[in-house]
Design a protein around this ligand. Structure first.
Ligand SMILES: O=P(O)(O)OC[C@H]1O[C@H](OP(=O)(O)OP(=O)(O)O)[C@H](O)[C@@H]1O
Ligand SMILES: Nc1nc2[nH]cnc2c(=O)[nH]1
Length: 176
């Protein structure tokens, strides 16, 4: 079984939106040091572009690796930390950077986990929001694009670890 890819977001459209998000984030955190916390693996591409669109004097970057267990293309509510945060977050403003939010289980889990680190604030920035598929309530502070359906790849997003390197975002069309 092969698959075909259909372009949904061009690299140019992504770059434009990331610049806008960078401006909004810079305004919100003006005068305050910020920690960007990327969720591995998928968010590293978005985070790399986003951090360079943020105009603040003090920005730190860290990563957490979360794995969800369940069916192959959706999480089933069970999330495990395979690499925890390394920077001290106590008293810090943390902006979680995620590639895609689907059921919301991953971010709901992370929200609870981050409480133990006692940050001053936690906000969420995601590149793609599949809001219609949410299983748990979640407030996202910054959203790149809302795309309701389809399995998406590229710009960090994978299909069985392939396609993360593509500079645009594509929908996977399965062929029999
Ligand atoms: O809202 P949810 O239903 O929890 O799904 C979203 C999560 O699923 C994907 O991660 P994945 O487990 O595919 O890992 P990866 O980032 O390593 O590709 C994505 O990067 C989010 O972290
Ligand atoms: N790569 C990828 N991961 C997901 N996790 C939840 N939805 C998606 C999706 O559309 N693409």
């Amino acid at each position: 079984m092969g698959e075909e890819l259909r372009l949904l977001l061009s690299p140019e459209r992504i770059a434009e939106r990331v610049k806008e998000l960078g401006r909004e984030i810079s305004q919100l955190y003006r005068g305050r040091p910020l920690v960007l916390l990327g969720i591995l693996k998928g968010a590293f591409v978005f985070l790399a572009d986003l951090m360079r669109a943020i105009d603040l004097p003090e920005v730190q970057v860290d990563f957490i690796r979360l794995k969800s267990y369940g069916f192959s293309d959706t999480s089933a509510g069970e999330v495990q930390i395979t690499k925890d945060v390394e920077l001290p977050l106590r008293g810090k403003d943390v902006l979680v950077v995620e590639d895609i939010v689907d059921t919301g289980y991953t971010l709901a889990f992370l929200r609870e986990h981050l409480r133990t680190h006692e940050p001053a604030s936690v906000r969420f920035c995601c590149f793609i929001d599949k809001a219609e598929r949410r299983k748990v309530p979640l407030e996202l502070d910054f959203v790149g694009f809302k795309i309701p359906r389809g399995f998406l790849v590229g710009y960090g997003l994978d299909y069985a670890e392939r396609y993360r390197h593509l500079p645009g975002v594509y929908e996977v069309l399965l062929q029999k």
